[in-house]
Design a protein around this ligand. Structure first.
Ligand code: FES
Ligand code: FES
Length: 216
C-alpha cells in the first residue's frame, strides 16, 4: 500500500533509470573512450575525428573594388565565399548546378554562375556582385529600371537577371528583344515576370544611352 503523501512513480522513467544497466553501459563506454582516445574497436569507426583536407594557400581576389585574401579550399564554390566569408548576400543560391542564373555575378565583366565557379577561377581577378553595381542611394540604371517597371514579384531571381543584363549591356548597349532573350536564356524566373524584366532592360539601355549623350 502506497502512503498518500509519497509522489506517484513515473510510469515511463527516463532512459537508463529503469534498471541502471544502461547507465553502467554508458559509463563503461566513456571510460574506454577516455583510455583509448577514441581509437578502439567499433568506437574508432563511429567517433574518431575525420581528417580535414589541408586548406590551400590564401587566395586573393578583388570584389566590388576591394581586395580580399581568402583562406579556403581552391575548389570552394565562389558563391560560398561571397555570401559566407564576405557577407555579400545579394546573389542568391538557387539550383546550385549552374542552370537557373540566380547566383550570377560578373568576373572581369563576364557573367558567370558563382555556384559552379570555383574560388580558384577568381584568383587575381575582379568580381562584381549586385552590391557593387549600385545601392539605394545611387542605384545603377538597371536597378532603377527594374524598380520602375516593377519587374519583380518575389524578387528572388532579380539579382541574377540584373547582373546578366549588366554583362549584356556592357557588350551590346542597345540589344533587341531577341538578343535580350538569347543572352538571358539561362535565367529562370519562377514568377514568370519575363515581359517586365525585358522592358526593364530596354528602359535601362535607353537611360544609359541618354547618360552617355549627356556626358559626351
Ligand atoms: S544557383 Fe547558380 S545557376 Fe542556379
Ligand atoms: S520574381 Fe520571383 S522568381 Fe523571379
Amino acid at each position: 500500500m502506497r502512503v498518500a503523501s509519497q509522489p506517484a512513480r513515473a510510469t515511463r522513467p527516463w532512459p537508463g533509470a529503469r534498471t541502471g544497466q544502461s547507465g553502467l553501459t554508458a559509463a563503461l563506454a566513456l571510460t574506454i573512450l577516455a583510455l583509448t582516445g577514441g581509437r578502439c574497436g567499433r568506437v574508432r569507426g563511429n567517433f574518431a575525428p575525420r581528417e580535414r583536407p589541408p586548406l590551400s594557400k590564401s587566395i586573393g581576389l578583388t570584389v566590388n573594388g576591394a581586395r580580399h585574401e581568402v583562406a579556403a579550399d581552391a575548389d570552394t564554390p565562389l558563391i560560398y565565399i561571397l555570401r559566407n566569408d564576405l557577407n555579400l548576400k545579394g546573389n542568391r543560391f538557387g539550383c546550385g548546378e549552374g542552370v537557373c542564373g540566380c547566383c550570377t555575378v560578373l568576373l572581369d565583366g563576364q557573367a558567370i554562375q558563382s555556384c559552379s565557379t570555383p574560388l580558384a577561377a577568381a584568383e587575381g581577378r575582379s568580381v562584381t556582385t549586385i552590391e557593387g553595381l549600385g545601392d539605394g542611394a545611387a542605384p545603377h540604371p538597371l536597378q532603377q529600371a527594374f524598380i520602375d517597371e516593377q519587374a519583380g514579384q518575389c524578387g528572388y531571381c532579380l539579382p541574377g537577371f540584373i547582373m546578366g543584363a549588366a554583362a549584356l549591356l556592357g557588350r551590346n548597349p542597345a540589344p533587341s528583344d531577341a538578343e535580350i532573350a538569347s543572352a538571358l536564356d539561362l535565367h529562370l524566373c519562377r514568377c514568370g515576370t519575363y515581359d517586365r524584366i525585358r522592358r526593364a532592360i530596354r528602359r535601362a539601355s535607353q537611360q544609359m544611352s541618354e547618360n552617355r549623350e549627356r556626358l559626351a
